[in-house]
Design a protein around this ligand. Sequence first.
Ligand code: OGA
Ligand code: NI
Length: 333
Amino acid sequence: MEHLVSSWYNDRSLPESYILPPEKRPGKLTVPLANNIPVIDLEGHDQTDIIQQIFEASQEFGFFQVINHGVPSNLMDEAMSVFKEFHALSGKDKAIETSKDPNKSCFIYTSSANYATEKFHLWRDALIHRCNPLEKYIQFWPEKPPRYREVVGPYTAEVRKLGFRILEFISQGLGISLGGLVGNQTLLVNHYPPCPDPSLTLGLGKHMDPVFINILLQSDVYGLQVFKDEEWIVVEPIPNAFVVNIGFPLQIISNGKLKGAEHRVVTNSNVARTTASYFLSPSNETLIEPANTLVDASHPALYKSLPYKDFLIKYVAASTDSKALEEALSTTV
Ligand code: OGA
Ligand code: NI
């Protein structure tokens, strides 16, 4: 665990292994704050209106935020507190608290899953664990901080409900049914310590999520950016909101109607940033292919069909290069 950024960042300038090649550096960090990522009020309108707003946001940005979403704000605050407390533990404690399952349904890593082989490292630590069914997995979650299970159990149950509700809105917008295709539900708690030189490195490089949707809790610290029309735009932190984004499998299933948006995380030199992604993923056998009802003579299938487990192999092989992934899965290239 000596590699975790949070174990050593205090004493050091940016090590060379964290310096990105020039074309990948974030460079100028003041990207325009033209905030047009839609904010959708889940209580403010009738259902048809909400479905329409979610559909349009998913089509144009692949990103939106939701407010009045039903997850109690005190639960969101408590969850954020225990996530921060977890990442503030000693490296030794973090190692102990994440090694309870020999099948690795819970573990900790730094940078990316390929730390040992990657060309450069990313400025982040990550705790990841399965969430559903709760009775099966909670026994492997951290017991430090002492309230972790007590808070994160109900938190993930609430976010799960919200996730299925949003997936249902998306299903209705597309005229297909997605809820029955969900498999793994995973929580990824990211931690980005203050960074000595945010212009040279990233917390997370440009990527698309390999899931149906991600329901993200971000704190009040900026860092998340979305790539749209060849520009980076900022996802503004809004108190008590969740950020939702569409993953690449939904771009395929919707035959390109919805956008699996590319995004990244920049660091800052003042404060740590902690976030929690709740991923709703397809089950392994789910065929990732354009839905029949969305394919016809004037809308040919844009993507090949393959089971989710094979999609994941291609996703890993493309190593966050979305163009390479598109090419590997496209019917026309
Ligand atoms: C992710 C992700 C964004 C953030 O976990 O895939 O993009 O702000 N997280 O941490
Ligand atoms: Ni992501």
